[in-house]
Every structure is written in C-alpha cells, then in structure tokens.
Write a protein of this length. Structure first.
Lengths: 273, 476
C-alpha cells in the first residue's frame, strides 16, 4: 500500500502493537496520517484512493475531510500514541533537563524553510534558561551550513533519522529515538505549531511555540496555517503554555484516548481476517 | 466537493478557536429572509449579535441601523460578510470561544446544529441554546430558529439526516439528542416567548403562525400552507401530508421548524409571503373551507367528472362576479356550503381563469395526480376541456399554449425524488408507454384494414397475416 505508511516507522510501531513478528510489516489496507495537520489529515500530495480507509489520528480530521468530499475515514489515534502506550516512561527515569527545540522544517518533496537562523538563535537564548538540544529534520540536518549555525551557537544538534521515500530509507525506529529524546527534556519548543510539539507535550514536556516562524517557501495553497493556528490554538502558542489546556488539546489531536485494541487494529488495517 | 485553496481572511475578521477553513453555510443553510420571517424579526436596533449563517444582504442592511456583531463558523462566510457587510464586526469560530455578552438582541435563525463548529467536540442542543441565552442582556431579546425533525420537508425529502451523505451533512448534535425540542409545545417550554411555526420549507418560510388561531384563521393558514407546498411542480406530492395534517388539526406538527422570540412584538395570527413578496396577514375564512385546488385534485383523481364540472362552473361564476380577485385555485377556498373565498393578497394574480386552469394542470401533471384523461393527451387539450367544463369563453390552442407552465426538471427540497415518486413515475411512464403502444397498434390495424378493403397492393392472405400479426402485438 502507500509508502507513506512506513514513514517514521509508523507501520512498524503498529505492527509491534498488534503483536506481529519483527520485520517488514504487511501492507496496510489504507493510508495512515503521517503528521499533525490542520487541513484534512493528509499532506498536499496525498490523494488517498476511494475504497481504502483513511486512518487518522483525531476525529476532527474525519469531520474536516467530509467537508471537502472525502469519506471512509477511521479515527485510530497516532502511531506515536501507540508507541507511548507500548513503552510507558519508567518510574525511575532520570530527571528531565533543558529544552529540545525543533525548528520548523521543509520537506523532501515540496517546501523549504528560509529565514534568519541567527535571529532565531538569539530568541532561543533569550527565552531558554537550561541547555538546548536542537533537533533538525533530516532535510536541514544534511545541509552542513545549517547544522553548523546551530552548533556554533553552542547547542547540541541532533537528528532522529530519515522519513523514508518510496518504501526505502526510512529510519524505522525514528519515533523511538524521538520519544527517548523528548523524555530527557523538560521542555519542547518550535517556531511553528507542528507535529513535534504535539509529540513533546504528549510525552510529558512543557510546550512552547515562539520565535521567528521564517518563510515557508513553496507551501501549497491551504497548507500555510500560520495566522489560522495562532488564532485557533492559542493554548499552544507562546513561550509558556497553560499545561492543562495544552495537554488536553494534544491528547485530542493525537487521539490518545481513542486507541484501538490490538485485535481491532489488526482487523481494520487488513492484517487479520 | 470543495477545492483546497489558499486561506483568504480579511484583517477585519477576528479568528477564534473553531474557525473552519473550508466550511461555507452560505449557500446551503441560511434561512431565507422572506417577508413572513422579516415581519417576525423586524428591524434590529441596539447592540445585536447574529450567530450562524444568515443572508449577507440582510446582514448588510441591518448593520446600518444597529451595532451588529456576527459569529460564524466558516472562514469563507466570515470573509464574505466582512467584505459585503462592512459595518458588522465579524468573528469566525466556535460560539463557545466568543467571550462577549450583554447584547440587546441575539438572532440565530439557522438551526443550532449549524452553529456548532466541527472543530469542537459535540455539545447538546440545550448546551448551545444556553450558551446563546447567556449572551442576551437582562430584558433583551432572543430569536432562535429550531428545525423540526418531523417537518413536512423531512417527510417528503429524499433522505433523512442519517442517510444523507453530502459534504455539508453535518449534525454534530446527536440526532436523537433529547434536549432538542421537537414540537411547538416543547419549544414553548424551553423559554418564555412567542413560538412561530414556519411552513413549508425550513430554508424558505412562506407561512408563519403564532399558534393561537381561531378556527377561521386555522383554515386560512392551512390553505396558505397548501398553496406554498403546491409549488414547485416536480416530484413527490407533499400535499397529501398537508391535507392529512390539516384534517387532523395537526398542521403545526408538520411545520418545517419554529422561531422562538423571547420578546415578541404584539403581532399574532398567521402571515404569508404573497407572490409580490409582501407580508400578508391572513384573514379568517369559513372554518370548514378547503383550498379549491385540493377539492379539484380529489375529483380529478376520482375521475368524478360530473362533480368536477359542477365545481368549476360555480368557481367560474364566482370569479366572474369578482374579477379583481385572484383566480388561482390554490388561493381560493371553498366551504362546505359551496361558498368561495380568496386568501390571495390584494392584487395577487392570476386574474385570468384560463391561466388558473393552466396552473392547475401543471401541478396535477408535475405532482403525478391521477387524471380522467389518457396520459398522451396534451396539457393544452386538458386545459381546453377544463375551460369548456367551466364554460369559460373560448380560447384557441395557440392562445392556451402560451399559458402552459413548463414543469421544471430540477427538484428542490420538497420535490426531490423519493421512493414514492420513483415508483409513481415508473407506473405513470409504464402506463404512458402502454397507452402509446396501444394507440400505435390501433392506427396500424386501421391502416392495414383500409388497405385490405381497398385491395391496395396486397393479397387477401397477406392482409390476413398482417392483421393477425397486428392483433397479436396489440394484445401483448
């Protein structure tokens, strides 16, 4: 089925949750939402074929999809939520420290992010009091000059791995690495509301969205929600967020209370008859 | 299907949580501001809050005379209102996210299920209603529309809300949410005020009544509802339900919905939007009166031509004596004693009796009523026959053809094809095919017989074989 089902190791996480043996997961009979979005659950390039289920994280995506003529949505919750359910944080985990910062990223397919990295670094230093880990998306991480800017600023610079393209190149433990890093940090931050913020708050970090959002070059019409998101998710914007309100929104957007049982998930994904 | 497009929001729109990018209620859901509705709402003054989609032209007009704030859920609608009704302050998002209170008047004529943002978790009807009420200042006025789950438009509609699957088929409130009022009495129990029943469509109210009606007012109201439901002319026949409800004195039960007005003006009674788009208060008629068109429809279906002739002649004589009164059979009522009255507004047409008969034929044809005449008979011929029965002065076929009403092929809310109509249409067309085939065979038989009699280029045995063949086909 669609190669995006394997991005970030999503299908691997669901296969493990369903009790499938290690190795390449069988094809999913539908398309998985692969990142948080305010549009209809899928990226610009995704036109899931009629007749296959659209597996989305939160119910609001199903409602948004109906408006644009899309049907056959099934809300299952985010693979990251399944990962957290499978691997709960140990009670004796070390105390969290510092901030993991995710600068908004471009994609390997359409968009790039352009702006003044130094200005963003200054804003981060003005805001954060503890050590900062800068986690770059692999698209930016593979640009040495971008990586160097943040290294020169004194930040620890990391990358969780590759998303993957056309059934190849995916870091299948991408989200495992991300969850482990998030659990090391007290705060998670970004300059635009994006998937990493949802994952970070979902994993127990304090959230923050601030700083120069930079230009999102090549973004497709309808997918640049900067003004909309600041208005519609005020609880997720700012250097200090209301912990209760932000966690409630994140839980809803990741579908953390909507996870299917392994039995039901196996059936709907087409892994069991 | 909506295209994903660039987000365009004027700076004058304040976005709130719950704002929805691709949702527009503008085309599908606003309640039309007909004269009947306008006479209830009146002209707005003071600090006014309008919640949900309403016609933009009306908003623009009202915003000139009051301090108007509008809250809608769809960004395209907010953008349009901000552009075309610039005097209004426009907010887009969930009502729950809108913090202002203390409005002199709060108006929400669209159903509350169309107010709830799809970005937010479902709330019950009562929760949204209470939210709306909390915006009204002490002594202020709330006008709230409530669609009737059991309204006429639902009885004859092609699909119910559970099976309908259009892009805007959203009802975030549970369908059978028990907090939602479903009768006029239940609406009255929600809050103190006047409850206006609206007919026959929720999106286009033509007739309203305030409930406390005399028998004569009820008869006039029922006739007005019949008239409003008789048109348009295509599809299933809502008139059966209208007449059954009127006969049972349960017309309010099939109202398309209700308008609850917590601080009503002194208006009462029943009102209708006349064809000149003015609001007309309905005067009482004889309590036993029924629309003449309903009576004629029954006689047509019964093939009771003698009584049909009797009624048409009496009507034509009455109209001749009152030539200034509308001849429309749907706007004319007839009492049990045979006396005629008109519920038409002053100057409302048609004044021409032939045109009224042409309109009757259009409705009978469009609604699929049974007729005493063979189905291939043309509309002009049927109108001619009816006119002759009424003893109207002769009109040529050419003159009559100008009066024939073309039945539209596009259904609306009250005339989409439901299973009853599909079956009725199949039966009508089967009968028509059968009739035409029979006529064709008869004509062919006549032709062959004539050829046999005149011995034109055929032999006797060949003619006999041809006649047998034709007879066999005719009997199939």
């Amino acid at each position: 089925m669609d190669s995006s089902n394997h991005w970030y190791g999503h299908s691997h996480i669901l296969a493990a949750y369903c009790g499938l043996p290690d190795g390449p997961p069988p094809p999913i009979q539908g398309i998985l939402q692969h990142g948080w979005t305010f549009v209809h659950g899928f990226g610009y390039g995704h036109q899931p074929p009629i007749g296959y289920t659209r597996f989305v994280w939160a119910d609001v995506n199903r409602r948004r999809g109906q408006l644009i003529g899309w049907r056959q949505y099934l809300t299952i919750g985010a693979p990251f939520a399944y990962l957290m359910a499978t691997e709960p944080e140990p009670p004796n985990a070390p105390e969290r420290e510092g901030t993991i910062w995710y600068p908004f990223h471009g994609t390997a397919d359409f968009e790039t992010v352009e702006g003044n990295h130094q200005r963003l670094i200054d804003q981060i230093k003005d805001t954060e009091t503890g050590p900062v880990t800068m986690c770059l998306y692999y698209v930016e991480y593979e640009q040495p000059h971008v990586r160097k800017i943040y290294e020169d600023a004194g930040f620890r610079v990391i990358c969780h791995g590759n998303r993957g393209t056309k059934w190849a190149g995916a870091t299948t433990n991408f989200l495992h690495k991300q969850l482990a890093e998030l659990r090391r940090h007290k705060r998670v931050a970004s300059n635009r509301l994006s998937t990493a913020i949802f994952y970070g708050i979902g994993a127990g970090c304090e959230g923050a969205v601030y700083g120069d959002p930079m230009d999102f070059v090549g973004v497709k019409d309808g997918f640049d929600g900067q003004r909309l998101l600041e208005a519609t998710f005020p609880e997720l914007h700012g250097a200090e967020l209301d912990a209760i309100a932000s966690r409630a929104t994140v839980a809803a957007e990741l579908g953390m209370n909507l996870l299917l049982s392994p039995e039901e998930l196996s059936l709907v994904l087409g892994w069991k008859n | 299907m909506v295209d994903i497009r660039k987000l365009e929001v004027p700076d004058t729109v304040t976005l709130l949580p719950g704002a929805t990018q691709y949702l527009s209620d503008a085309d599908a859901t606003p309640v039309e501001m007909t004269a009947a509705v306008k006479q209830i709402v009146g002209d707005l003054t003071g600090r006014v809050l309008v919640v949900g989609a309403h016609p933009v032209a009306w908003l623009a007009q009202q915003a000139l005379t009051c301090d108007m704030t509008v809250v809608v859920r769809g960004i395209p609608d907010a953008a349009q209102i901000a552009t075309e009704a610039g005097e209004a302050a426009v907010f887009c998002g969930s009502l729950a996210s809108f913090s202002e209170r203390g409005f002199d008047t709060v108006v929400s004529l669209t159903d509350l299920s169309r107010v709830l943002s799809l970005e937010e978790d479902p709330r019950t009807w009562r929760q949204v209603f209470d939210d709306l009420c909390s915006r009204v200042s002490e002594g202020g006025r709330l006008i709230c529309g409530i669609e009737n789950d059991r309204g006429l438009h639902r009885l004859v509609g092609p699909a119910n809300p559970r099976s309908s699957d259009g892009d805007l088929d959203w009802d975030l409130m549970a369908t059978w949410d028990r907090s939602r009022p479903r009768t006029a009495e239940q609406v009255a129990a929600v809050a103190e005020g006047q409850v206006w029943s609206c007919y026959p469509r929720w999106r286009k109210t033509v007739v309203v009544d305030a409930g406390e009606l005399s028998p004569g007012q009820r008869a006039a109201r029922d006739a007005a509802v019949f008239t409003a439901a008789a048109r348009p002319l295509f599809g299933p026949d809502p008139l059966w339900h209208v007449e059954a409800a009127a006969a049972a004195d349960r017309t309010r039960d099939i109202a398309a919905g209700w308008l609850l007005d917590t601080a009503p003006a002194s208006r009462t009674g029943a009102w209708r939007t006349a064809r000149d788009l003015s609001a007309q208060e309905l005067s009482p008629v004889d309590a036993s009166a029924r629309p003449l068109m309903a009576v004629v429809g029954e006689l047509l279906a019964a093939n009771d031509v003698p009584r049909l002739r009797e009624h048409l002649q009496a009507w034509a004589q009455w109209h001749q004596a009152h030539p200034e009164t509308s001849a429309d059979l749907a706007l004319t009522v007839i009492g049990e004693g045979g006396e005629f009255e008109s519920i038409a507004a002053s100057g409302e047409g048609p004044l021409d009796a032939w045109a009224a008969l042409a309109s009757l034929v259009a409705i009978a044809r469009g609604r699929g009523w049974r007729l005493p005449w063979p189905s291939p008979m043309s509309d002009e011929t049927i109108v001619s026959i009816l006119g002759a029965m009424a003893r109207l002065p002769y009109r040529s076929r050419d003159q009559l053809s100008k009066l024939i009403v073309v039945v539209p092929s596009n259904p609306d809310e009250l005339s989409a094809l439901d299973k009853h109509e599909l079956i009725a249409r199949l039966e009508r067309e089967t009968a028509q095919v059968h009739t035409l085939r029979s006529r064709s065979n008869w004509t062919e038989l006549q032709f062959v017989t004539t050829k046999v009699q005149k011995k034109v280029k055929t032999t006797k045995s060949r003619a006999v074989r041809a006649v047998r063949k034709v007879l066999k086909k005719a009997l199939m």
